[in-house]
Design a protein around this ligand. Structure first.
Ligand code: TYD
Length: 136
């Protein structure tokens, strides 16, 4: 697995015939405090989003409904992580390029992030990303 990536099993509490409850806690199940939650909804199947990296932000991605593919690139290697169950999460804690593909209509992608929204933390140009990681 690419350095800076981790797959986590989110804790799941089943209730007989009444489904599951999942939960995770900042600084306990993931190694950062959660300052922001965002989620992407109503995306048609076949769409790609993402197409950026973050310089400092740490994120935990999970898909409580549907199925998305997260393609991660570190400049040399590529890895595809499929999020298709509410109890699986991908933690990204390094400046890795990500593209996300919607495999099922209206899959919901949720993200718990280590910091507030800051456009200056984004790298949205792949050539710029390659320069950024080679200069680190
Ligand atoms: P972006 O991170 O580019 O989403 P994606 O990678 O899925 O395409 O964000 C889309 C837009 O939303 C962009 O204009 C920035 C804005 N945005 C916020 O204002 N606050 C946020 O917390 C996030 C994540 C995005």
């Amino acid at each position: 697995m690419i350095k800076g990536l981790k797959i986590i099993d989110i804790k799941r509490i089943p209730t007989e015939d009444k489904g599951n409850l999942q939960f995770f806690e900042g600084n306990r199940d993931i190694d950062f405090e959660i300052k922001r939650i965002y989620y992407i909804s109503e995306v048609p199947k076949g769409v790609w989003r993402g197409g950026h990296a973050h310089k400092r932000l740490k994120q935990m991605l999970f898909c409580p409904y549907g199925k998305v593919q997260v393609k991660i690139v570190d400049g040399f290697n590529e890895e595809i992580i499929v999020l298709d169950t509410p109890s699986k999460a991908l933690v990204i804690s390094a400046p890795l390029w990500r593209d996300i593909y919607w495999e099922i209509d209206s899959s919901v992608l949720c993200v718990a992030a280590s910091d507030y929204y800051d456009e200056k933390d984004y790298i949205r140009d792949y050539e710029e990303y390659l320069k950024y990681i080679s200069s680190r």
